[in-house]
Ligand binder design. Structure first.
Ligand code: 3HC
Length: 283
């Protein structure tokens, strides 16, 4: 697999495109609107620039990688793709529309994947006429740095297809692969999101400050960042969507989104990307 499509050039889509072009694949990012094209391109080049300044990749290799990237709004360019990874917002209707469109524009041999963080993959796969060729491929933020990718097979995924994608992710992208069944949250978010929600409830109750909750989990458990900093990094809208999916799937009270999480998203406080979350990033 060398020709990859990525739907959406936001944080996750740009990160996925970056690791693919660094690994030698040719990538087309499809953006939703022409005015988003430039910022998607910039997201990838900025992150590659960071990798260069940290000595992770040479300037020459970064330039060669960028030359393998195209950003466009034209779905018809996906006709020759081996694998298309959807990284659009966590909205089932939107993802189903995208997959129905991908079904039309890609070849019969193309593999379609979703980077959904918590929506069961079959709910997206049934928007296509070839659900056996649809898998979940879940990357973690920041994609260039986090080693893990979860590969999710639905009840109808052809296991050869899942194996092909796992082989690409492991042997070409150099990521660690874990396989999971098709339940909301897969492995990581099923464990992580209740923990993040519990930290938000603790903070909302006034029991401890944001700084102390974070310092406790960093210093007490060796986590690289505390739960509220992690919420800000992942994006509060993403955490909310994941919590809603998990609650819809399992109906357990501890999975329900805390009211403060909803209020912050409604107020536009999405974390690092909006400049305000549990912490302020405007400076
Ligand atoms: N390209 C390549 N490498 C990069 C890079 C880039 N753009 N940016 C940073 N790096 C490398 C650095 O060189 C460094 O590598 P080294 O240790 O070999 O020198 C390493 O990444 C760490 O970078 P920093 O030292 O600058 O940063 P920190 O030590 O502060 O670590 C972090 C940052 C890796 C983000 C760390 O805080 C962390 O692991 N946080 C937790 C992140 C996490 O849990 N993510 C998962 C969220 S859940 C999710 O995404 C799922 C979704 O569905 C909700």
């Amino acid at each position: 697999m060398q020709k990859i499509g990525v739907i959406g050039g936001g944080t996750m889509g740009a990160g996925i495109a970056e690791v693919c072009i660094k690994a030698g694949s040719e990538v087309i990012i499809i953006e939703a609107k022409p005015e988003f094209v430039e910022s998607a391109q910039k997201r990838v080049s900025t992150s590659l620039g960071k990798a260069v300044s940290r000595g992770k990749i040479s300037q020459e290799d970064a330039d060669a990688a960028l030359a393998r990237l195209t950003v466009t709004v034209d779905y018809d360019t996906l006709a020759d793709r081996d694998l298309v990874i959807e990284a659009a917002p966590e909205n089932l209707d939107l993802k189903r529309q995208i997959f129905a469109r991908l079904d039309e524009v890609t070849s019969a041999e193309a593999i379609l994947a979703t980077n959904t963080s918590s929506i069961p993959v079959i709910q997206v796969a049934t928007a296509t006429k070839k659900p056996a060729r649809v898998v979940g491929v879940h990357f973690f933020n920041p994609v260039p740095v986090m080693p893990l990718v979860e590969i999710i097979s639905t009840l109808v995924t052809d296991e050869k297809i899942a194996d092909t994608v796992a082989d690409y992710v492991k042997n070409t992208l150099g990521k660690t692969v874990v396989r999971a069944g098709d339940q909301s949250g897969f492995i990581v978010n099923a464990l992580l999101i209740p923990y993040l929600c519990q930290a938000i409830r603790m903070y909302a109750s006034g029991y401890a400050t944001a700084e102390d909750i974070d310092a406790a989990m960093v210093g007490g458990c060796g986590y690289p960042m505390g739960p509220l900093t992690l919420c800000d990094t992942v994006g509060l809208d993403i955490a909310l969507a994941a919590s809603e999916s998990l609650y819809a799937e399992f109906g357990e009270p501890h999975l329900a989104p805390p009211p403060l999480l909803r209020r912050m998203v409604e107020a536009g406080q999405l974390g690092r990307k909006s400049g305000q979350g549990f912490y302020n990033y405007s400076k």
